[in-house]
Design a protein around this ligand. Structure first.
Ligand code: NDP
Length: 245
């Protein structure tokens, strides 16, 4: 990996568990400076301390991606502190699944607010900083649900299809900023621990536990995209269990 001098300043949303946490571990081990954001700051503090104890560079801050002010403050602090933001990993996400018929409108809105609006807020917070420098990299974590629709996941898929469309649109507009869409399949994380229809959640949780790949496998894909030379933009990566249909 690169020496610490070459390390990038990488902001990671949703770094308190799962794919975000694994990405923080992998990128810190690669010599990047990771800036961890999520609502559970107690977890972020423990992780940042662990990464520093292992010789890595990490700091953290409270972040609620549903609030543009919160995302701007998070990115602004990182920029003030480090003088630049090289990479944003828009990873924070929620998946409270149910059929559309169940009309769990609060869950729909939460998925839109975190998965879609949260990603847009991240872009709004860092894009001016990156355009000013003429360099940067935005990594959006979507899902195989950005590529095909499954029962009980209509709204979740809608948010992830939207993130995919957004990523491609941003890529087309950008000659100096790299845009990467990373689409994991079943991955063993805490994603199926909260929200949605309890029966659906139990079934998806069971699938994830049985089939799921480790979060580190997704982190490796993100690290690969970041490690490419500036002139090479890895746009679209799908990482799923071999056994996923
Ligand atoms: P986890 O539940 O383990 O992690 C989700 C992360 O998002 C947590 O760190 C959580 O932190 C954060 N988060 C949730 N809401 C907010 C918010 N309002 N503001 C800031 N952070 C928030 O699940 P995963 O690691 O699996 O999920 C990461 C991404 O991967 C998501 O976008 C998910 O859709 C995607 N994905 C996951 C798959 C899987 O099978 N696991 C498959 C395909 C895609 P906190 O609660 O502390 O704020």
């Amino acid at each position: 990996g690169p020496s610490p001098v070459d390390g990038k300043i990488v902001l990671i949303t949703g770094a308190s568990s799962g794919i975000g946490e694994a990405t923080a571990r992998r990128l810190a081990a690669d010599g990047h400076h990771v800036v961890l954001g999520a609502r559970r700051v107690d977890r972020l503090a423990v992780l940042a301390e662990e990464l520093r104890a292992a010789g890595g560079r990490a700091d953290h801050g409270h972040l609620d991606v549903t609030s543009l002010d919160s995302v701007r403050a998070f990115a602004g602090r990182a920029h003030d502190r480090h003088g630049r933001v090289d990479v944003l990993v828009n990873n924070a996400g929620v998946m409270p699944l149910s059929t559309v018929d169940a009309l769990r409108v609060d869950d729909w809105n939460q998925m839109i607010d975190v998965n879609l609006r949260g990603t847009l807020h991240g872009i709004a917070a860092v894009l001016p900083l990156m355009r000013a420098r003429g360099a940067g990299h935005i990594v959006n974590v979507a899902s195989t649900s950005a590529h095909r629709v499954d029962p009980t996941a209509a709204v979740y898929c809608a948010t992830k299809y939207a993130v995919r469309a957004l990523s491609e649109g941003l890529r087309q507009e950008s000659r100096d900023i790299r845009v990467t869409l990373v689409s994991p399949g079943y991955t063993r994380t805490e994603l199926t621990d909260h929200g949605g229809d309890p029966e659906v959640r139990a079934a998806v949780h069971e699938m994830s536990e049985r089939l799921g790949i480790p979060a580190a496998a997704v982190a490796d894909a993100i690290a690969y995209a970041i490690a490419q030379p500036d002139g090479i933009d890895v746009n679209d990566l799908i990482i799923r269990p071999t056994g996923q249909g």
